[in-house]
Design a protein around this ligand. Structure first.
Ligand SMILES: CC(=O)N[C@H]1[C@@H](OP(=O)(O)OP(=O)(O)OC[C@H]2O[C@@H](n3ccc(=O)[nH]c3=O)[C@H](O)[C@@H]2O)O[C@H](CO)[C@@H](O)[C@@H]1O
Length: 344
């Protein structure tokens, strides 16, 4: 049996579930470990996977504060007991609150431990875990020190590999089937910044376009008041339908969001979280695509008008679509499962 762990946000949980499915398909039983309070508390019971939830805190400078530090220690203690009881052949950590303690104690107990970094930049927890890991797997190529590079492999980001015809996806979402569609995707929790900045700036497009604005469940009621004909607000959307429906998108810079855009070949104007809030992960994620001419990155709202016009220009979009091909290749979950099984 292999433990797969990771969650807290969609960006860590969904690729973890995809990796778990690939391991099961390869004939390897899996137990999933998530954090109490993360979205996995709701999603794991629906997944049908054997699973455990442990207390876990965020590993950051905040861990030096007594309240957060106590949670990190509780997580390490719970992970130690769990790994001892379950005796897995290997642990695959996708990151997030539960990922760190489980991977850390497994490595200390001599169990092969593999990490997957979704962002185009190693986070704090993965910088530490990478030293102890048997293998380091990445969604996108990142420059690493030679010692790490030797055990590192780029496998891609495990996205849901499903596409629907645009008209069918739009109808399923309650939109007009044949109208050009701009998607706003705020990420698993919604984005306050996109919610505040975008509706007013985008109303002028509604003569030609329709807009699907995913705003986050906790903002849904407030944002619903901003709906107009052809402007549709949703708290949470099915990601396969949303990407299949979209001609272009304005999004945050989560690794999941951008990998899905690449898989569906939808041109994106990315608005990354400010670097001081996430250590620059989203800035690097959008940068990875922008440097390849495969996305646009908003550097300040003063440039929004110009960037939006570039995004809406049909020849720019055709060029971006071309460049996106191959940047999120299918089969990432299968490649990841293979590496885990080789490490056992
Ligand atoms: C605030 C924060 O720490 N963000 C991080 C978090 O992003 P976060 O989890 O918020 O965002 P991601 O884009 O990585 O993933 C969101 C996932 O949820 C899905 N989704 C979202 C909204 C919706 O309505 N329906 C839906 O299905 C998306 O399709 C995607 O699969 O983890 C990512 C992966 O490590 C990082 O890149 C981000 O920097």
């Amino acid at each position: 049996m292999v433990i797969v762990t990771g969650g807290g946000t969609g960006g860590h949980l969904y690729p973890g579930l995809a990796a778990a499915s690939a391991l099961l398909e390869a004939g390897e039983p899996v137990t999933y470990v998530g954090a109490l309070g993360g979205i996995e508390e709701r999603v794991l019971p629906e997944s049908g996977l054997p699973h455990h939830l442990i207390p876990a805190g965020k590993l950051s400078r905040d861990a030096l504060r007594p309240k957060e530090g106590k949670k990190v220690l509780q997580g390490l203690w719970a992970a130690r007991q769990l790994v001892r009881d379950l005796r897995p052949k290997a642990v695959l950590s996708m990151g997030g609150y539960a990922g760190f303690p489980v991977a850390f104690v497994a490595a200390l107990q001599g169990i092969p431990m593999i990490i997957h970094e979704q962002n185009a930049k190693l986070g704090l927890a993965n910088r530490m875990l990478a030293q102890l890991a048997r293998r380091v797997t990445l969604a996108t190529p990142i420059e690493l020190a030679p010692g790490l590079a030797r055990k590192t492999q780029v496998v891609g980001y495990p996205v849901r590999e499903e596409k629907r015809p645009p008209a069918e996806a739009r109808a399923a979402l309650g939109l007009e089937p044949n109208r050009p569609t701009l998607l706003i995707l705020g990420g698993s929790q919604g984005s306050q910044e996109l919610n505040e900045q975008l509706p007013e700036r985008l109303y002028p497009l509604l003569g030609k376009w329709q807009i699907l604005h995913q705003c986050g469940v906790r903002w849904e009621e407030k944002l619903k008041a901003l709906e107009r004909p052809h402007y549709f607000v949703r708290g949470y959307v099915d990601s396969v339908l949303a990407w299949s429906a979209a001609d272009c998108a304005i999004t945050r810079g989560g690794a999941g969001t951008l990998s899905e855009a690449a898989y569906h070949q939808v041109p994106v104007l990315g608005v990354p979280l400010p670097r001081h809030l996430d250590g620059g992960a989203q800035w690097a994620n959008v940068g990875f695509y922008a440097e390849r001419g495969a996305a646009l990155r908003l550097e300040s709202w003063a440039q929004f008008e110009a960037e939006l016009n570039t995004l809406l220009d049909p020849s720019t979009r055709a060029q971006i679509r071309d460049r996106l091909g191959g940047l999120s290749p299918a089969g990432a979950a299968r490649r990841l499962a293979q590496i885990v099984l080789e490490a056992v």
